[in-house]
Ligand binder design. Sequence first.
Ligand code: NAD
Length: 267
Amino acid sequence: MSVYDLTGRKALVTGGARGLGAGMAEALARAGAAVVVGDIREDTGKATADALQRSGATAAFVPLDVTDEASWESAVTATIGELGGLDILVNNAGIEISSLVADLDPADVRRMLEVNVLGVALGLKHAFRAMRPGGPAGAGGAVVNISSVAATFPFPGIAGYAATKSAVDRLTRVAALESGKLGYGVRVNCVYPGLVPTEMGARLAEDMATLGLWPSAEAAVGDVIGLTPLGRLGEVSDMADAVVFLASDAARFITGAGLPVDGGMGM
Ligand code: NAD
């Protein structure tokens, strides 16, 4: 049972096939929302949506590449067609490519900018167009962007990624301001997750050893835990529950906020 009630709400979660996004889709569904999983991974995304359906939720998969404008147009149209509206967008899709600053590869930085910054910007654009008065969904709603503790706390080996996640923070503020000023009725917030051992999180820890920054992935993880007042890594459900809160009416007077969900690491 969820603390917050999203009965009747319609949600799209980008990068919802696996990892944090799949957990967010599951938590939104548990709170009563109908959920569309959008991802470039079709097989995994369909399996995630099927599992949600088997648990009794209204759920579907739509193909979505967040870097592609036409893909956003068709995914938002398909979501509204499938669910009958759109009230919640979680801009979760993201990639991380580790490197020392001295070894940065322009192609890797461009790819992270495309997915993590352009992807969120296009998500905001198409959410606003769909949700604002007169749009095909038209009932306002909430956007939750997934930034990172990397935007609030410096960590070696992830300069390009940290820059893109700081950009997500700024996109959140400007979008929240425009939505408020222009009467769109859409709240926009972001969360800064701490390290969670998803495929991305576990690989990031391995990269710290590969880059020579820590003797092993375990040592890097141990130092993250040591820097975390609550004394453990994050879990998928920790992030998912925070997203449900920000998407719900419990957060009705919260917009333009960034919520650390990192056990205190970034304070
Ligand atoms: P993950 O790699 O396990 O999952 C990411 C998902 O995004 C995958 O399903 C992938 O297919 C999808 N995706 C990638 N590029 C896409 C694109 N162009 N269009 C649509 N979907 C795309 O990663 P995760 O750990 O679940 O991370 C989810 C989000 O949380 C990311 O934005 C990440 O930066 C952020 N985050 C993760 C951690 C962590 O420790 N895991 C910490 C802070 C922030």
